[in-house]
Design a protein around this ligand. Structure first.
Ligand code: SF4
Ligand code: FES
Length: 263
């Protein structure tokens, strides 16, 4: 049986030597069950040890192996090589500065998470003797999908708005903020909605839906952005009925109902 080979065309960039990224080709003998990451690891181990790429868990959990494969953001440890032809082009994720070869600088992406206050906010912390914050399976189900994000950055890389407006919060950060807004234990929706009504946040989204198409965890960040738009408007309209001072950390009834699905 003849061994199958694929040509990997890999973007290389050494900031100490190269003025601009260049491409280098490698012939890789591949196995039928290999993922794209296996091909890159073969290059690193057997052909060219100078190749830099990032990975860790190899099981679609850590989110570190995102790269462009044939022009699309891909989680390379999950992406089967068999779905590509004889040539596989691998490049660093779009919309990020490149550190070296396939490794991107992720600080700006991570920084944006802070803006949506991704933690449980309450008006008054519960005393230990008052017991735990209970949550029903239905209440968990309400935000669970948005909590499955592994920070792989594929959605951010696919987003055309991020490409044009680097200040845009981006789908992952908005989905994270929405996850806390939908959590029955959280009381910070008014504060986050204020952030979501600001410039470069949910209303900057043009609903291209690319983010949800590339998400390997089915978080559906586009749905989170859209729901956040509606909630931010409802919250703004409700503020004319409930004075603003009372709205901070005490949510309008409409917001509470959204978290529990009450009609
Ligand atoms: S929302 Fe999906 S694509 Fe975006 S960072 Fe999270 S897991 Fe990755
Ligand atoms: S190596 Fe961890 S998600 Fe791919």
């Amino acid at each position: 049986m003849s061994e199958e080979k694929k040509t990997f065309v890999v973007t290389r960039f050494d900031p100490d030597k190269d003025e601009a990224p260049r491409q280098e080709s490698y012939e890789v003998p591949v196995q039928p069950d290999w993922k794209v990451l296996d091909g890159l690891n073969y290059i690193k181990d057997e052909i060219d040890g100078t190749l830099s790429h990032r990975w860790s868990c190899r099981m679609a959990v850590c989110g570190s192996c995102g790269m462009m494969v044939n022009g699309k953001p891909s989680l390379t440890c999950k992406d089967p090589l068999s779905s590509y032809g004889d040539t596989v082009e691998v490049a660093p994720l779009s919309n990020f500065p490149v550190v070296r070869d396939l490794v991107i600088e992720m600080d700006g992406f991570m920084e944006k998470f802070k803006a949506v206050k991704p933690w449980i906010m309450t008006a008054k912390e519960k005393a230990v003797e008052e017991g735990t914050n209970r949550q029903s399976p239905e209440e968990l189900e309400y935000f669970k999908q948005f909590s499955l994000c592994i920070n792989c950055m594929l959605c951010y890389s696919a987003c055309p708005v991020v490409g044009n407006e680097p200040e845009f919060l981006g789908p992952a950060a908005i989905a994270l903020g929405h996850r806390y807004n939908m959590d029955s234990r959280d009381e910070g929706q008014a504060e986050r909605n204020e952030i979501f009504r600001g410039e470069g946040t949910v209303f900057a989204c043009s609903y291209a839906n690319e983010c949800s198409e590339v998400c390997p965890k089915h978080v559906d960040p586009a749905a989170a952005v859209n729901q956040s738009k509606i909630n931010a408007v409802i919250d703004w309209a409700t503020s004319f009925v409930v004075p603003r001072g009372q709205a901070s950390l005490s949510e309008p009834q409409a917001s509470q109902d959204q978290k529990t699905g009450a009609k």
